[in-house]
Design a protein around this ligand. Structure first.
Ligand SMILES: *Cc1c(COP(=O)(O)O)cnc(C)c1O
Length: 378
């Protein structure tokens, strides 16, 4: 018998109310009943995105919303600046290149946050740059970038700022309108406590001008279609009815909690997880800008990182994430976002300690759990 604990930075666990909401009989999407649901979801999304602008729902994983951002803002031959400090920054580059966009890459060492002044320098040096693509939480390295400072720099130019907040939204603060972020992209399966399958995107008036001017071929991801439909409380194609019903449940839970409490809870879990890693003698992969949504720590010398993750999952039912791309086998990543709670973190840490011990790593058993408990008790 095995009980499953999901501590990965997407998908994340589902609150039981959300699972139950998805068990309801399906209804038709072109009905007043569903229009009410869609209206509520749209309002709730504006709240969680901290914007007065429309938030469009796309039936895709988060990457579909990233692609929507690229093709609706730019056309082939346009120039974009991509902040690239991990696997998800690279994704912006890959999508833009697929559509013939000239990409200027601002390479940031993995594990570090971008220095916003560097973005300012690049924008000054190349006034052709129409859009800057950045990442709030670079999930592959466990880094949170300073979006407020980045937006302050980009705002002063004619370029627009598009932020991948797929794993950051609902975990760390992102004041879209107040900070002047033009486009925010998110996905359902991370901080929003939903299954995968919904992408979200909001667009400022400054960026909407680019949407209207873009010559990119677009059909399913055409935001002009999405706007026309949403203005009539509709979606351009069949809505992801079940996921949108679940979204309303998630938003209800989040609204009861309040954004400030949500962010505080994430920070406490992050502090506890970071303290635990250090107490176990594990080095943080991103010591200076570590994310409040996910902690990445280096696998200690002599320990097989892939085997560690696999044993925790297959033998004990605790799923954490390993490293991606060049970090494969070199880091472990423990998520503390969405419906992941303090007790889940304690559970995950105790399992990590057990498997590390079995693999021959030397440390004081219980040190990680103790360090985390001390943070939680403060
Ligand atoms: C998970 C994630 C994505 C990818 O989203 P999919 O839902 O897998 O398409 C993109 N960016 C970041 C920062 C992520 O964490």
């Amino acid at each position: 018998m095995k009980k499953e604990y999901l501590l990965t930075p997407g998908p994340t666990p589902l609150p039981p109310q959300i699972s139950l909401a998805m068990a309801r009989p399906i209804i038709h999407h072109r009905t007043p009943q569903f229009q009410e649901i869609l209206k509520e979801a749209s309002l709730g999304l504006k709240w969680v995105f901290q914007t007065v602008n429309n938030v469009y729902m796309i039936s895709s994983s988060g990457t579909g919303a990233m692609e929507a951002a690229v093709i609706n803002l730019l056309s082939g031959g346009d120039t974009a600046l991509v902040v690239q400090g991990g696997k998800f920054g690279e994704r912006w580059t890959e999508i833009a290149k697929a559509y013939g966009i000239n990409v200027e890459v601002l390479d940031v060492e993995w594990g570090k946050a971008v220095n916003p002044a560097e973005i300012g320098k690049r924008l000054k040096a190349n006034p052709q740059i129409k859009a800057v693509f950045a990442t709030l939480c670079e999930t592959s390295t466990g880094v949170d970038n300073d979006i407020q400072a980045i937006a302050a720099v980009v705002k002063e130019t004619s370029a627009v700022l598009a932020v991948d907040a797929i794993s950051g939204l609902g975990a760390v603060d992102l004041k879209t309108d107040a900070w002047g972020v033009d486009v925010v992209v998110a996905g359902s399966q991370k901080g929003l406590m939903l299954p995968p399958g919904l992408g979200f995107i909001c667009v400022s008036p400054k960026a909407w001008k680019l949407v209207e001017a873009s010559k990119s071929s677009r059909y399913y991801l055409d935001l002009r279609k999405a706007k026309k439909a949403l203005d009539k409380n509709d979606t351009p194609f069949t809505s992801s009815i079940t996921l949108i019903i679940a979204l309303n449940e998630a938003l209800k839970i989040m609204q009861q909690d309040g954004l400030e409490n949500i962010f505080r809870r994430h920070k406490i879990m992050a502090d506890a997880t970071r303290a635990a890693m250090l107490a176990l003698g594990l080095e943080l992969f991103a010591p200076t800008a570590s994310s409040d949504g996910v902690t990445a720590a280096k696998v200690p010398a002599g320990i097989d990182g892939e085997k560690l993750v696999k044993t925790m999952r297959d033998t004990y039912g605790v799923t954490i994430a390993g490293g991606q791309a060049e970090l494969q086998g070199k880091v472990i990543r423990i998520a503390h976002m969405g419906f992941i709670t303090e007790s889940d973190i304690i559970m995950g840490l105790s399992c990590l300690e057990k498997v590390l011990t079995l693999m021959g790593y030397k440390f004081t058993l219980g040190a990680g759990v103790k360090a985390a408990e001390e943070v939680f008790l403060k």
